[in-house]
Design a protein around this ligand. Structure first.
Ligand code: VGL
Ligand code: ZN
Length: 202
């Protein structure tokens, strides 16, 4: 479909088995993600891309543990283990990801003091990545999402895509979730309420 693009979210070593912020079940979705890539003509990859000592890293704070919450200027923000540091092997795409035909790579999370789950708008909800304008300039009206993590970067990206007016589907079987404090269930509900199709298959 000429008006449909596949967005593969954060299929990076640090989110896969053995990585710094490994998402349970991440490696098992690789064949499904690759199958989706094979079935699409327009493929966009997102890449979590943090500078060292990024503010979302618990290690950047005094006495803070990963998976707790800190108060940022823009509101509460979960603190994570150091992950996807620019230029490190953990930030690279998983070697089994079929990335050759990807047309665009959107990096996010590079502002030192702002995290970015969404590939459209950072967590301050103000700073825009430009992806919206890029997709619209290319004439896409339908977006299909897969990748990591379902309840963070996939969900926030998909909800922002709906808000930007795209027809959106998330291929849930080609995602895996972090599931922190019930986040998987909560974000599935939020996505359904936003009008996102969660029934698509790989
Ligand atoms: C992600 C937490 C921190 C994600 C990225 O890709 O879902 N989650 N950075
Ligand atoms: Zn991150």
């Amino acid at each position: 479909m000429p008006n449909e693009a596949l967005i593969v979210v954060d299929m990076q070593n640090d989110f896969c088995d053995g990585g710094a912020l490994a998402v349970p079940g991440a490696n098992a979705i690789l064949p499904l993600v690759n199958r989706l890539i094979g079935r699409h003509d327009h493929i966009i990859l997102t890449q979590d891309w943090h500078p060292p000592r990024h503010a979302s890293f618990a290690s950047a704070w005094k006495d803070a543990a990963p998976f707790t919450t800190a108060k940022f200027s823009y509101g509460p923000q979960t603190l994570w283990p150091d992950h996807c540091v620019q230029g490190t092997p953990g930030a690279e795409f998983h070697p089994e990801l079929d990335a050759v035909r990807a047309q665009t790579i959107v990096r996010k999370g590079y502002h030192p003091g702002i995290d970015s789950y969404s590939a459209f708008r950072e967590n301050d909800r103000m700073t825009r990545t430009g992806l919206d304008g890029y997709l619209k300039a290319r004439g896409f009206t339908k977006l299909v999402f897969c990748g990591l993590a379902l309840d963070y970067c996939v969900a926030w990206s998909a909800i922002d895509a709906r808000q930007a007016g795209f027809d959106v589907a998330v291929v849930v079987e080609a995602t895996a979730a972090i599931d922190l404090d019930g986040s998987r269930k909560r974000m599935l509900t939020d996505m359904r309420q936003a009008g996102i199709n969660l029934n698509a298959t790989a």
